[in-house]
Design a protein around this ligand. Sequence first.
Ligand SMILES: [Cu+2]
Length: 114
Amino acid sequence: MRIISALTVFCLVLFTAAIVWADQVFTFTVKGVVKGLPGNGLAKNEILVKHEAIPTYRDEAGNMVGMHPMTMGFYLSEKVTADGIHVGDSIEMVIEQTIKPKFNEQVISLKKLP
Ligand SMILES: [Cu+2]
């Protein structure tokens, strides 16, 4: 009986943790213009983008603070390449923000707009 209760508690803890962690990953879509490509003074997985305002951007505490338009670097996930993208291109990106266990943000989708 004691083993069963311990197992129940363990499962409840896992379940709760799963819910908490699931809430710590957010995505948003943002448009911008490419100002720099990987290499060329940037990291090999980094692009420089002049992006529009991002109302749903979160800070490291997970609070939705937004971000005003600016030019900044974004890191591409391993599955995304900048092949076929050129400086001056209008693009749309999907950014994934992970708040916990470690703050991270990466581009999980990148496409050139017509
Ligand atoms: Cu920014």
